[in-house]
Design a protein around this ligand. Structure first.
Ligand code: ADP
Length: 497
């Protein structure tokens, strides 16, 4: 492993932080209370910037602006084609600032700079373009009704939307939610995660340059139980779209139910299984399993945190995995050599370490990793446990770190049963050359996305979301657009006389 504290500082390209206030009604403003909070660099625990801290009163102001923009402003009334053109401009502006945006997320969230530059930030521009192309193709049906009536349906924007965002993909998840809601003609209040408040403010700035009218996008940073809860219980928000933990998802649904019954969509936790069958190429399967748990430091809700290996190749695969894990480079997210940056903050870092301790106490065998690295920042070694039993906490809970639980299975039926032995149902992976096995398993696992001989293969057009306690509603694809639309039926007699 690297030590997380390379002496070579030449790759540091920390940007100046330009935007730290709330963005309400098209302007950057202080919070009403004047309070600010610190956002921390996870490579060293130092403060990057102080950011305006919004609370209920600021959410109220932002909702008022969004409501006015929805009820009286041009955005929901302009043609889909006109909205699409503005979204294309927004995408171009993002592309012009890729380096700076990737650097902000690298500093704020510990995400790999090169990955952000090559993948995450270009992807958000492509997401905007995907929904820009959909904005002028939103239409209802013509209804041939019984008796002497006919009717049609209108797909109308749902209204004011609250988006509550987690810290692991501050840019991607911002646009997974904001882009389809904009295309649908909604107006919105976005609350980024308190750990990663910075890039959303930059996007707010770019949205104004792109020509998105004041009040359509409002960004209010702040904490979950204050600013976040003010969104889920607000009487004038029509829909809340949330990505985060299952526990908070339950709170949001409860708050939505007892306030104004606003619609809710939830993309929650996961404990996704990867099933590797005897006929797999062991080397490739080991690469996939390792990628599945180390990508974005394991801070990804679809991480393949439960790896089930069929008994015929178990020993060989374990050996390969350990060899490969030991070569993984943990280090500064700006260092091009790094494959794993720091965990997002001290709290997550300590939570992961305590799960590792728990795994050892429960009797799982620690094959490799398990320790913090360096003397500052929140760096962890990729960690693999074997001899894991399904009732152990490390096999059941979402750890949200680079910690893999390896388990053995015998038959296809046994593999399916174990894969489904979880309260979650977000994703699953299958590695096999046998088409029958792939077909059977993919239809038997209760999860929202199944990857066969690949992992993390996302696409703008490929819906993604949870079964079971991983939530409901789909991000990406036209399904996400429809989350922000509602159907109105219009009926009229065919003949008036
Ligand atoms: P994680 O476990 O990934 O940190 P959380 O579910 O705690 O995710 O947080 C995801 C988002 O939900 C963050 O923006 C956070 O501020 C927000 N949040 C946390 N608690 C609440 C709450 N009670 N009501 C609304 N939003 C909340």
């Amino acid at each position: 492993y690297g030590d997380g504290n390379s002496a070579d500082q030449s790759f540091f390209k920390t940007p100046t932080i330009k935007f730290t206030k709330l963005f309400i009604n098209g302007e950057f403003v202080d919070s009403i209370s004047g309070k600010t909070f610190e956002t921390i660099d996870p490579t060293n625990g130092e403060v990057i910037a102080r950011v305006a801290e919004g609370d209920k009163e600021d959410i109220d102001l932002a909702v008022k602006a969004a409501r006015d923009a929805f009820d009286n402003g041009p955005w929901p009334r302009m043609s889909g084609a006109a909205r699409g053109r503005i979204l294309l401009k927004f995408a171009d502006l993002i592309e012009e600032n890729i380096e700076e945006l990737a650097a902000i997320d690298a500093m704020d969230a510990g995400k790999l700079f090169n990955w952000g530059k090559a993948v995450d930030i270009p992807h958000v521009a492509s997401l905007l373009r995907y929904y820009a192309g959909a904005a002028d193709k939103i239409h209802g049906d013509v209804l041939k009704m019984s008796m002497e009536f006919h009717g049609y349906t209108l797909l109308e924007p749902i209204g004011v939307v609250g988006h509550i965002i987690p810290w692991n993909f501050p840019s991607t998840i911002f646009f997974m939610k904001v882009a389809p809601a904009l295309a649908a003609g909604c107006t919105m209040v976005v609350k980024p995660a308190e750990q990663t408040p910075l890039s959303a403010l930059y996007y707010a700035h770019l949205s104004k340059l792109a020509g998105i009218p004041a009040g359509v996008i409002n960004v209010v940073n702040g904490y979950g139980p204050t600013a976040g809860a003010a969104i889920s219980s607000h009487m004038d928000i029509d829909k809340v779209s949330f990505t985060g933990s299952t526990e908070v998802g339950q709170k949001i649904m409860q708050a939505a139910a007892i306030s104004n019954l606003k619609q809710v969509s939830l993309e929650l936790g996961g404990k996704s299984p990867l099933l590797i069958f005897d006929d797999a190429d062991v080397d490739k399967a080991a690469d996939l399993a390792l990628l599945g748990i180390t990508h974005n430091k394991g801070e990804i809700c679809v991480a393949s945190s439960r790896v089930y290996v069929q008994e015929g190749i178990y020993d060989e695969l374990v050996k390969k995995l350990v060899e490969k894990a030991k070569t993984w480079v943990v280090g500064n997210p700006f260092d091009p050599k790094s494959q794993l940056g720091p965990q997002v903050d001290k709290q997550q870092f300590e939570k992961i370490l305590s799960y590792i301790e728990h795994g050892k106490r429960e009797g799982a065998t620690l094959l490799t990793g398990g320790k913090a690295l360096g003397n500052k920042g929140y760096f962890l070694q990729p960690t693999i446990f074997t001899e894991v039993k399904e009732d152990m906490l490390i096999a059941k809970d979402e750890i949200f770190g680079p910690v893999m639980s390896l388990m053995k299975f015998k038959t296809v039926e046994d593999g399916i049963k174990r894969a489904n032995n979880t309260r979650y149902g977000l994703a699953a992976g299958i590695v096999t050359k046998n088409l029958d096995v792939a077909n059977t398993v993919s239809r038997s696992i209760r999860a929202g996305i199944i990857w066969i001989n690949c992992y993390f293969a996302f696409d703008n057009d490929c819906p993604y979301g949870g079964y079971k306690m991983s939530g409901y509603g789909r991000d990406f694809g036209l399904e996400a657009l429809h989350k922000f639309l509602q159907t109105k039926s219009v009926v009229t007699p065919l003949y008036n006389s």
